[in-house]
Design a protein around this ligand. Structure first.
Ligand SMILES: *[C@@H]1O[C@H](CO)[C@@H](O)[C@H](O)[C@H]1NC(C)=O
Ligand SMILES: *[C@@H]1O[C@H](CO)[C@@H](O)[C@H](O)[C@H]1NC(C)=O
Ligand SMILES: *[C@@H]1O[C@H](CO)[C@@H](O)[C@H](O)[C@H]1NC(C)=O
Length: 529
């Protein structure tokens, strides 16, 4: 009896213990979630052809909601992998309802686990990883991924430069690339429906449309091409999508143009990039892109009467489909036609308005796409390479000097913007400040149709450059004195971004022009051979 009692007591105690053990287990699990993991330690890459790839743990170990396993491979023998294209900061469109709160939210970092260690990633990357995991969910086989912020040890300056230098190769090698432009907003559906419709118009029929069809017979034109009519709100939706900060990043140029297949993901919507590409190409060929801006829609009676979700966006008259994506598609067409990469000079011009959080990347992000058989790469091989131990000023000086040396002329001086908009301190006057836009637009870029043959400031005069080092702040050139500047023409309105480019030509410009026309005569008379 006594024994039985003791036994029951023991059993009771045991049960209690088991119960508390179960509770403890949950506590432990929660504790472990909160417990600080030690920081993930990058294993050094064995060679400059090595990359890191990660995969999602098949079973989440429960410590953090994103749980990855890292491995090292040589790029040439790497297993099939996918890339991600995204931005580090806040990806929301300035006029969407998501924006109000999001700056603070996107400024925070989230901890993920990699091979048992902890790594802090930007909030937007965390969102993108969840999308990749969602897509991985439907595959039984292992899926490898390459993502810059995770696969490159950001604290290792040497590795960063070296990995950025092979990034073109990484995107070319990847099977495909997911573009994450951020969460869905109130405009996304309109944009996606339009891209799905317009993007299906065959390339061969883009030429059948002319610019005025947009305003006068848009519906019947689209119908003739086998496409449903598109409401004005859908066009506004496209503007809203293309004005997401993602599209202004300079890195996307390489990421998109070099990838084998690209999928655009916005919230739950997925659209093949090829459809967007075809949409833009249609707008370019038809000339419709010039009509697609807030300015041309905001006064339409039915928009005024019922602006719907577009109300606040319609206030910003300057919103249009944006230049980066237009330049990107132009570059793609150009590359396809000529069968090689793009002149570095053209890349620097075309993507000057794009943004980079690190201003050095305004140069480095474009190297991968540059045609290496032309200057400055053909004349100075292996000199212009990503090197994050140089500061921004040095990178800009070195690039400018290499452009002068490589091309053997001073045309590159056109890339220098007006003094009033320069931001960088201590940059020599002859070096373009790539952290700001190029204003005024150089003469030789203004002749939009036909070759740029009307511009020839030096008339092909020989050019000599002193032998200073690449990073020297002075540019020694040989020149001759023509005359003194007596007065300057007003040209102010061209420098402001928001005002329409009105040419306020001052009479002094006519003198400049006749003077220029006289230079040939002058040259014969006064110049040394
Ligand atoms: C990339 O290709 C794989 C294999 O064909 C496919 O499963 C995956 O969905 C593709 N991903 C993207 C982003 O297109
Ligand atoms: C070029 O460099 C050499 C050797 O450093 C020097 O003697 C010469 O004066 C330099 N020439 C110019 C034009 O700077
Ligand atoms: C152009 O040349 C002509 C003849 O040499 C001269 O009369 C005229 O003043 C010149 N114009 C300018 C603006 O230099």
């Amino acid at each position: 009896m006594y024994m039985a009692l003791v036994f029951a007591l023991i059993m009771d105690l045991l049960k209690g213990a088991l119960k508390s053990l179960r509770i403890n287990q949950q506590d432990v699990l929660q504790l472990r979630r909160r417990e600080s993991l030690s920081k993930y330690k990058y294993v050094p890459l064995p060679s400059d052809k090595s990359i890191r790839l990660f995969e999602f743990h098949p079973v989440n170990t429960g410590k953090r909601d994103i749980d990855l396993e890292m491995s090292i491979h040589s790029l040439e023998e790497a297993p099939s992998f996918e890339c991600l294209s995204y931005m580090w900061g806040n990806p929301t469109f300035a006029f969407s309802r998501l924006t109000a709160q999001s700056n603070k939210e996107y400024g925070t970092n989230v901890e993920i686990t990699i091979s048992g260690g902890a790594l802090l990633v930007a909030r937007n990357l965390h969102d993108a990883l969840k999308v990749l995991r969602r897509r991985t969910g439907c595959h039984a086989t292992t899926h490898y991924y390459w993502v810059d912020a995770i696969c490159i040890d950001q604290e290792n300056i040497a590795e960063r430069g070296q990995q950025v230098a092979i990034m073109d190769n990484i995107y070319c090698t990847a099977r495909n690339t997911t573009v994450w432009v951020g969460p869905e907003d109130e405009f996304t559906k309109d944009a996606v429906m339009l891209i799905r419709d317009i993007g299906k118009i065959p390339l061969s029929r883009h030429g059948e449309v002319s610019p005025q069809h947009f305003n006068t017979e848009q519906d019947s034109t689209l119908k003739r091409l086998g496409c449903k009519p598109q409401s004005h709100k859908r066009w506004l939706g496209l503007i809203a999508l293309l004005n997401r900060p993602y599209f202004s990043r300079v890195w996307i140029v390489q990421e998109i143009l070099l990838s084998n297949a690209v999928l655009l993901v916005c919230g739950k919507h997925e659209v093949p990039w090829a459809l967007l590409s075809n949409t833009i190409s249609f707008l370019l060929t038809s000339g419709w892109y010039r009509s697609i801006g807030v300015l041309s829609f905001r006064e339409l009676p039915f928009i005024v009467a019922n602006p719907g979700v577009y109300k606040s966006m319609l206030e910003d008259k300057s919103l249009d489909i944006g230049m980066t994506v237009v330049q990107l598609e132009t570059a793609r067409t150009g590359m396809a036609q000529v069968g090689h990469l793009i002149l570095f000079r053209h890349l620097l011009e075309a993507f000057r308005p794009s943004d980079a959080s690190d201003a050095r990347d305004k140069i480095y992000a474009l190297i991968g796409l540059a045609w290496k058989e032309r200057p400055p790469f053909s004349t100075h091989p292996d000199v212009l390479v990503p090197d994050y131990s140089l500061d921004t000023r040095e990178v800009f000086i070195k690039t400018a000097r290499l452009m002068f040396l490589g091309y053997g002329d001073l045309k590159y001086l056109c890339h220098v913007e007006d003094r009033s908009i320069r931001k960088m301190k201590g940059l020599p006057s002859w070096v373009p400040d790539y952290s700001v836009r190029l204003r005024p637009i150089p003469f030789y870029l203004l002749s939009s149709s036909g070759p740029r043959k009307y511009y020839s400031a030096s008339k092909g005069l020989p050019f000599t450059l002193g032998n200073s080092t690449l990073l020297a702040p002075q540019l020694h050139v040989l020149g001759f004195r023509l005359s003194r500047i007596k007065s300057m023409a007003r040209f102010k309105s061209l420098f402001t971004d928001d005002a329409p480019a009105v040419w306020e030509l001052d009479p002094a410009w006519y003198k400049v022009c006749t003077f220029a026309a006289n230079i040939t005569t002058l040259q014969k008379r006064t110049l040394p051979p």
